[in-house]
Write a protein that binds this ligand. Structure first.
Ligand code: ATP
Ligand code: ATP
Ligand code: MG
Ligand code: MG
Lengths: 278, 278
């Protein structure tokens, strides 16, 4: 069965896209069959993996077409399958495009609008074959993110060890809880990934302590984040991770020996090991 | 006349809130009368300036009330004036709250929904008295950001010198151009502020060169960004800027001698000097 994980945090610029791109690349390099879906109208995941989201070379279809396709029509089952693009061996991408920004208003009063992605993936033969399906979300808790939560079984929260980033966690968990109760009772929060980590700062130590204390206090509650943990080791700040996207490459292609590549390979291995235990 | 500046970039986590909070604090410390409006449902600007956005101590009104007040009612003129809160001498805040996230859908088919903020500010006596009015936007180009663009005369783009951040500039300018043509013909893009700058990296040098070349090529065109320039010096990466918000303080209160305080004081002085020349 495919392990579908949504990577979300409404706080902007915390490392969501960088995490999805590089974890997916590391899993594909280890021989797993991996799919990624770019649910951000900025299309940064699409760009990071070397695909031009808009303009002459843009893909014919994107996740916009999948979400706006009328569920009742015969075409529904086929749209998703013709939207996947191979970005690397073992790695398929469902790209984004700028029109995706309009989806929230376009689907505002459509029935089942929160389950469009989940329904489309159920009909997609290609999606059923993935070992891992990773969803990159925009920096908001709107309809695109809710679609990701409805389609996923797990949530991973990329986060910077900063005060402002910590503020949003409670609201993020509230949204996850709402989707868990109303739309997707299988949803669980697997963990928090600390990105751009600067271990020598006092702030980082305080934020990590705050997080671990909070989640430890939730263990006995009937909440979807009762088993949530902070992944160790964190992803260190490393400028090569910010350089790689300008070449349309994952960190493994750009510089496989740098700290960024090691940290993301470690994280991918942790996730793959976890899965083997299930 | 009040100088109203919108700080926007749909790329998340680039330094929008940090820039508005600290430029406003530096201007207020220099004796100017300053107002700031928090248009982000995350309410980070509100938090950064020491105000609790939700919960028991939350303000009675927020920018949500201003945007959703029916323009035809008598109360319209007074809602804005009862929403300002004094955060420091010479510094007033119009706070955000979590309900703000629903505004895009709530106003989806209301006439004049893009001008709600502009209309409310025109009726606000307090707003007319500000020397500077700074607007902090969420990481998107939706209705909240368009309201800021309709109310402002100027745009400043906080940006990280990273590849992914550079990608969004063209789309941001397209949105500014749209508002300029359809809603607010006075709108101009004043400049780009480079945040979290790591001058020693090759990536930073490449991005700055890219930006300057692009804007130099636009000088002769009839576009609202023809006079846009990259503010110098940039705002250096400085962990104290990320620590200050956890104390509800601006960088000037938290540590007035650190590089972050110097860089933001410099930027505020450049903006104040520019204005004195008009
Ligand atoms: N560990 C790291 N070290 C250095 N730079 C990083 C690291 N991780 C990400 N970056 C850079 O920081 C910026 C923000 O990361 P990224 O775009 O992945 O965040 P995001 O959460 O997806 O942002 P958004 O909210 O806009 O979608 C990018 O320019 C990226 O290249
Ligand atoms: N110059 C700097 N040096 C170090 N950290 C910084 C700097 N500027 C901002 N930060 C930190 O980086 C993070 C992102 O900054 P900020 O929240 O201001 O960005 P933003 O663009 O407002 O984000 P969002 O898109 O979520 O609104 C915050 O945790 C902030 O404290
Ligand atoms: Mg992203
Ligand atoms: Mg912000």
């Amino acid at each position: 069965m495919t392990r579908t994980i949504a990577f979300l945090n409404q706080k902007g610029g915390v490392g969501k896209t960088t995490t999805v791109a590089n974890v997916a690349a590391a899993m594909a390099a280890a021989g797993r069959s991996v799919g990624v879906i770019d649910l951000d109208p900025q299309a940064h995941l699409t760009l990071h993996l070397g695909i031009e989201p808009d303009g002459n070379n843009a893909p014919e279809q994107s996740v916009y077409d999948v979400l706006t396709e009328q569920p009742s029509s015969d075409g529904f089952a086929t749209v998703a399958d013709s939207t996947w693009i191979e970005a690397a061996p073992n790695l398929m991408v469902m790209p984004s495009e700028v029109d995706l920004a309009a989806v929230e208003v376009e689907l505002a009063d459509q029935p089942g609008r929160t389950r469009r992605l989940a329904d489309a993936l159920r009909h997609s033969e290609i999606a059923q074959c993935f070992d891992f399906l990773l969803l990159d979300c925009p920096p908001s808790l709107g309809l695109l993110t809710v679609n990701a939560l409805a389609a996923a079984r797990e949530v991973i929260v990329p986060m910077q060890a900063h005060f402002l980033a910590l503020q949003g966690v409670a609201r993020l968990l509230k949204t996850v809880g709402m989707v868990f109760e109303q739309v997707n009772p299988k949803l669980q929060v697997t963990g928090v990934v600390l990105c751009m980590f600067e271990g020598q700062t006092r702030l980082a130590a305080e934020v990590v302590e705050n997080l671990e204390t909070f989640f430890a206090g939730e263990r006995e509650k009937e909440v979807p984040w009762r088993n949530c943990r902070v992944f160790k080791p964190p992803i260190r700040r490393n400028i090569k991770l910010a350089e790689a996207p300008s070449f349309g490459q994952s960190i493994l292609e750009y510089d496989a020996s740098c700290p960024g590549a090691q940290d993301y390979t470690d994280l991918a291995q942790t996730l793959m090991r976890q899965w083997d235990k299930f």
